[in-house]
Design a protein around this ligand. Structure first.
Ligand SMILES: [Zn+2]
Length: 345
């Protein structure tokens, strides 16, 4: 028997719809719930599969998959921290913030410098967690939030950006997030518009085709706006704010802009099979030398991409204004991402 749908709870209603490739794991099927339309990769990846997807080379700029551009984004995180710090200060001079999926720790580091809040992170990538601890002296635990068993009611604010679409069990994950928040605490969540993810995949996928469209960002769940709101309400949250952001990228993915739809990369079944790795049973922690070598690559990359202009407050405001325009232009279903502020009720 299938596990129930995360969004509507229906059992045995998920049917395979689109065959796609997941680098590291091989061909998988995006299923669709006949009850509510929610789409998700089934069967759900096991924890060992997730360890393959977010293993040692996830942040390696030379790796075939993973988040290659991360190091280039340090200044973007500093800009976000500047505005988030203002929100936090309005909530209280002190408080406790958790970032789930804290990556290399850029946002937490900038927040720790800009506020008196205590900040903590949880990060699945062993490399990312270690880098954040050693480079910035942050408290970052390695693993999934569900594995941490953090104390109930501990946090006043939780940040989860680009995470919900990657977790094995979105509903359980949100319920666990809620558990570690105090009543009235807020969760800032950013997750892609699932339709903008799926539409290019569906267009590129044909029955019996030898080449499959690749889920190159490793997204496992694809939410529409109503599904996201239903899931959040079911997990015990009230929606304070919902915006669609990234209008231009969203319209491009959906095929509404001249020049056509963004096309996902294709891989043949043979190429895909060659990427399949076995989970490094247990530990999976690379040696110190490998860690240091990659940490130095990322330090170098970060320094190389640094621009003084991008550190100016005036530039922060300019970017925020531009982003505002990009969000306003979106109807709520055309953006690339959903940006939600939820409150624990
Ligand atoms: Zn459903």
């Amino acid at each position: 028997m299938q596990e129930p749908c995360d969004v509507c709870g229906a059992r045995d209603r998920m049917t395979p719809r689109i065959e796609v490739g997941l680098v590291g794991l091989g061909p998988v099927w995006i299923h669709r719930c006949a009850g509510c339309g929610f789409r998700q990769v089934r069967p759900r990846p096991r924890p060992a599969d997730l360890a393959v997807l977010y293993g040692e080379d996830y942040f390696d700029p030379d790796a075939p998959s993973g988040f290659r551009e991360y190091a280039a984004q340090r200044q973007r995180y500093e800009r976000e921290a500047y505005f988030l710090a203002r929100t936090l200060r309005r909530m209280g001079r002190r408080g406790r913030l958790l970032e789930v999926g804290s990556g290399l720790g850029f946002l937490l580091d900038a927040l720790a410098r800009a506020t008196d809040w205590e900040v903590e992170g949880v990060e699945l990538s062993p490399f990312g967690a270690r880098y954040a601890r050693e480079r910035f002296g942050l408290t970052v635990r390695q693993g999934t939030l569900e594995e941490m068993c953090l104390p109930a009611g501990r946090f006043d604010f939780v940040v989860q950006k680009d995470l919900l679409e990657h977790v094995g069990h979105p509903r359980r994950h949100l319920e666990e997030t809620r558990r570690v928040m105090r009543p009235g605490a807020r969760l800032w969540l950013i997750t892609p518009n699932g339709e903008a993810d799926v539409r290019p995949l569906a267009a590129a996928s044909g029955p019996g085709a030898d080449a499959l469209p690749v889920l190159d960002q490793g997204h496992l769940s694809f939410f529409t706006k109503p599904q996201l709101l239903r899931l959040a309400a079911g997990a015990g949250f009230r929606c304070v704010r919902l915006r669609a952001i990234g209008a231009r990228r969203g319209l491009r993915a959906l095929g509404y802009l001249p020049g056509g739809r963004a096309r996902p990369p294709l891989m043949t079944r043979r190429e895909l099979a060659a990427t399949v790795r076995e989970a490094a049973g247990g530990g999976g922690v690379a040696g110190d030398d490998a860690y240091r070598a990659l940490a130095e690559v990322l330090d170098r990359e970060t320094a190389l991409r640094h621009r003084r202009l991008r550190g100016w407050t005036l530039y922060y405001r300019y970017r925020r204004w531009m982003k505002g325009i990009d969000a306003l232009a979106a109807s709520l279903t055309a953006g690339r991402d959903f940006d939600l502020l939820l409150e624990k009720v």
